[in-house]
Write a protein that binds this ligand. Structure first.
Ligand SMILES: Nc1nc2c(ncn2[C@@H]2O[C@H](COP(=O)(O)OP(=O)(O)O)[C@@H](O)[C@H]2O)c(=O)[nH]1
Ligand SMILES: [Mg+2]
Length: 188
């Protein structure tokens, strides 16, 4: 289901949200995790997801949700819309009581940007548990992978082992991340 405000959502048991810049690969990752191509809408046009899009783990009514958040920092959108999205995401992140973990996606091809670092700092400040996920593993040349892995970990202020590298396109890291999410949701 989708909502333009978290207050429109029904109660859940536990939620894991997927956050990151526009075009980082949030929707593609959700589809890869669910093993369903068209579940979350992906787009070549950044800024396509403007709603909180909620997916429930089976069985129906489990109350265990994955939430696809609108991407932050979509510069081409009108300023007032950017502000509105940012406020909606912030309200959700701060006020949603059943939100237990945020997967913070960083584009592995690009490396952590200033906006990524700013967002991570904000999550830490608010005290929301995060897990760094580096996307588009398949787009990083193997000669660069070592230095990029170091750069992502350092830029995000975590150990290299604490970054989950994934490729939604090639399936790299997807079973591992899926298992981590399941474990997390089971123990909540
Ligand atoms: N090569 C490659 N492209 C990806 C991957 N994940 C996402 N993309 C592409 O990146 C673009 C943005 O993806 P999307 O999932 O819509 O990003 P979102 O805006 O964060 O939801 C699309 O063109 C995707 O096909 C990946 O693992 N590998
Ligand atoms: Mg999306």
């Amino acid at each position: 289901m989708s909502a333009s405000k978290h207050t429109q959502l029904p109660a859940s048991l536990v939620e894991v949200a997927v956050a990151g810049r526009s075009n980082v690969g949030k929707s593609s990752l959700l589809n890869a995790l669910a093993n369903r191509k068209g579940l979350a809408k992906t787009s070549k046009t950044p800024g396509a997801t403007r709603l909180l899009n909620v997916f429930e783990l089976q069985p129906e009514g489990s109350g265990k949700w994955l939430v696809d958040l609108p991407g932050y920092g979509y510069a081409k959108a009108p300023k007032h819309e950017q502000k509105r999205w940012a406020q909606m995401i912030e309200d959700y992140l701060i006020e949603r009581e059943t939100l237990e973990l945020v997967l913070v996606l960083v584009d592995g091809e690009v490396g952590p940007t200033a906006l990524d670092k700013q967002s991570i700092e904000w999550f830490r400040h608010i005290g929301i548990p995060i897990k760094i996920v580096a996307t588009k593993h398949d787009k990083v040349k193997s000669a660069k992978l070592g230095s990029r892995k170091k750069a992502v970990a350092e830029g995000c202020g975590v150990e290299k082992k604490d970054v989950r590298w994934v490729s939604a396109a090639k399936g790299v890291g997807i079973p591992e991340l899926r298992a981590e999410i399941h474990t997390f949701l089971e123990y909540e």
